[in-house]
Design a protein around this ligand. Sequence first.
Ligand code: SF4
Ligand code: SF4
Length: 431
Amino acid sequence: MQTTLADSYRNTPEGDAAERILRSCVHCGFCLATCPTYQILGNELDSPRGRIYLMKQVLEGATPTAKTQLHLDRCLTCRNCETTCPSGVEYGKLLDIGRHIVEEKVGRGVAETAARAALKTGLGTPLLFNTALKLGQSVRSLMPAFLKAGVPPAEDAGDWPASRHARRMLVLQGCVQPGLKPNINTATARVLDRIGISLITENEAGCCGALAHHLNDTDAGLAAARRNIDVWTPHLDAGVEAIVMTASGCGVMVKDYGWLLRHDPAYADKAARVSAATRDISEILVVERAVLNRLLSSCSEGTPRASRLTPHRIAYHPPCTLQHGQKLTGGVESLLADAGFELTPVAEKHLCCGSAGTYSILQPAIADALKSRKNGHLLAGAPDLIVTANIGCLTHLQSGSQLPVRHWVELLDDVLMDRDASCGCTDRTTR
Ligand code: SF4
Ligand code: SF4
């Protein structure tokens, strides 16, 4: 797309990156067919091509309005358009630039600014969020049904195995996940422990920065990234093999640290190193598949491959941050199939569920429409259980589903624990 940047953006890092991306778009419109907001709203300005055009106008010097901001706000940042685009347009990077510029020029009203600040602080500060959650859980039984739905019951996460292996990996605990679903990371630690990898944590790490970043608070997002890089780098120096992500929304952000900090001379190299060491848990287990499968099939007493305690028919929702953001497809499905689960067919797997970080709070009508559509597809195959790979998708889908929604790695842990119990094993580590 022919682009002539306004003087204020020409020869700036943001302007150069935006111009390169804008020029790669050939305006073909293929991306419209897979854009969730275009599917729901039917307005070209709520499609990737329309938003690219709006951002191009702004970068060429047009004055953005509240309407420009609204169309950019309505984007889920699901990056489905990137997967569809035949020209490789890096839409997500362009949107970051466009939103940042529009935010500076248009601003927000007092109430909206306060609401966004409250979301950033409330959700992005683990101590604050977990304290409020525990308080809510303690009086949950007294709550009316509509409030109860927003406060999940307290969960027993079981034991975190002691660090005993030479192979070590580090996990990002995350901000809301340890409070809402503590079993996800302990299940991950148990599965890796059986394989022969000790999973360790670093308490000084905090939110990955995605919450602030997607609320256009670039400085706070980068500050979170720098803090995590500072506390993780010594672990990499000490031989930790990987930084493991159990929430794909965090994973895509940490994998982007290198890009986001590329112009910071003090952090560019360290950020690139952290990004290169970051893996979704599915990537780790796909590599370790041979050992995992030996563990899953090692009991020779006729126990069925799938756990007797765990439902067999599973509907899997691949989060956008996994399939479009990190370009990881097929790994989770194959690991679940290896463990004996039957995956039910799910239509429109590529479409966002509407969670998208704080999107479900800030754009509830579109988020609810997408949730209903997604849950309808997930339930169509009559599964026993729904699984996904991101805490945001999990809680969003659960709020509209009678079926339990879990993280898929919890199922592998269930199968392995059930297998241990059925054959009397106490230590199934193979290395
Ligand atoms: S599919 Fe790609 S090249 Fe075509 S309009 Fe969309 S972003 Fe541009
Ligand atoms: S990121 Fe998702 S919602 Fe946004 S334009 Fe692309 S496909 Fe549409």
